[in-house]
Design a protein around this ligand. Structure first.
Ligand code: 1CP
Length: 348
């Protein structure tokens, strides 16, 4: 289990998640491990994304790369939200420049037969990689992650990345019983995937509901929240902080907290002081520099970084991050400067 050292338990990232005082604001980046780093592109040469996600040596190396380069306060496990679906036998691929693709999309009750439970021993490479990483990382926390039921359902139903989620919404509104059963099944799979990572040594988890911002709050509460709550509550016994993040979720922030998050991730559209007000007491916030801002001149980046830090002080705990993942063409040097600036400006 998660027998962590005092140095790890007191890591600024974990203290901020628990809303305890921190020596400085901790920072990490979503998608810090993938795509933008030249050393990542080098180790991925000739290896498909899914194969890389099943090799403990590559998972370990890729997860460590941004920690070495940036000195970030947490490592994010290298995998993908659809990996557990692959592990239970769903026919899917992760296509370069596209993302997850499911050749036979889910549309009916019969398709549930393609979603059996995730047995922990179906992902031995995850357990092994987490163990290797925890040994290498020492006092730096490892964040495990999984896809939230709605976002996973969107890939299964659309068959791939989607702008409007029209098939997903057609099924959600048109066949609510089937949709609820599908989300419940996905909740069990993601909960099992998170449990494997934490039991092997991950010290926090993030549940990504990247595309749920496509829904109005009332429909989120009715069709999605129960399944996300099932994921987050079913791992409560593990005692690690649970971060819950989505894009375009300004209207959903309070509900996402109520689903069982300790930390609510916020994209760049809502300033963190306003986000903290919407979320309410008893939660930390994570975010929320616009990932596109890093392409602007450094003075602008620095000013916007300071604005995020200032707004974050209104929250009971703040973890600095981008409002979504690092864009593939991002200059790693700029991210390194942001980490240094966040640490220097927030030192207390
Ligand atoms: O830092 C890291 O890279 C950590 C590992 C990681 C994580 C946390 C990857 C590797 N993917 C994810 C989560 C993930 N995957 C999310 C949630 C986060 C987010 O919103 O950005 C989502 C929606 C996916 C699905 C996915 N996988 C996409 C998005 C497609 C779309 O719908 O727009 C893509 C492009 C992938 C492939 C992928 N996953 C990860 C990497 C590095 C890549 C790029 C592929 C490659 O390098 O070959």
């Amino acid at each position: 289990m998660n027998a962590s050292s005092p140095a790890l338990r007191d890591a600024p990232f974990l203290r901020a998640c628990r809303r305890e005082p921190v020596p400085y604001t901790p920072v990490w980046f979503m998608r810090q491990a993938g795509r933008s780093l030249p050393e990542y592109r080098q180790v991925r040469e000739g290896v498909s994304m899914l194969d890389a996600c099943m090799r403990p040596d590559l998972i370990t190396e890729i997860t460590l790369q941004p920690v070495r380069r940036y000195g970030v306060d947490a490592a994010i496990f290298f995998s993908d939200i659809v990996l557990p679906l692959k592990a239970v036998g769903v026919d899917l691929d992760i296509k370069p420049g596209v993302g997850p693709v499911v050749p036979e999309p889910f549309r009916g009750w019969i398709d549930l037969d393609r979603l059996p439970a995730l047995e922990p021993d179906a992902v031995p490479y995850i357990t092994e990689a987490v163990r290797l990483l925890v040994a290498e990382l020492g006092p730096v926390p490892l964040i495990g992650f999984g896809g939230a039921p709605f976002t996973l359902a969107s890939y299964l139903i659309e068959g791939g990345p989607s702008r409007h989620h029209e098939h997903t919404k057609a099924l959600m509104y048109g066949a609510p019983d089937l949709f609820a059963t599908l989300l419940d099944r996905l909740a069990d799979i993601t909960a099992a995937f998170l449990r494997v990572q934490v039991e092997a040594g991950a010290s926090a988890v993030q549940l990504f509901d990247s595309w749920v911002g496509a829904l109005p709050a009332a429909d989120y509460a009715k069709y999605v929240l129960p399944a996300s709550r099932k994921v987050l509550e079913s791992i409560a016994d593990l005692g690690v902080p649970r971060i819950h993040f989505g894009v375009g979720t300004g209207e959903l922030l309070r509900l996402m907290g109520e689903a069982g998050a300790d930390v609510v991730g916020v994209d760049w559209r809502v300033p963190l002081d306003e986000a903290a007000r919407r979320i309410g007491p008893g939660k930390a916030v994570q975010g929320n520099l616009d990932p596109a801002i890093v392409f602007a001149p450094w003075e602008v980046v620095a000013e916007k970084t300071r604005e995020v830090l200032a707004a974050g002080r209104a929250a009971e705990g703040h973890i600095f991050n981008l409002g979504h993942g690092v864009l593939p063409d991002t200059d790693p040097e700029v991210l390194a400067r942001i980490v240094d600036l966040v640490h220097a400006e927030s030192a207390r």
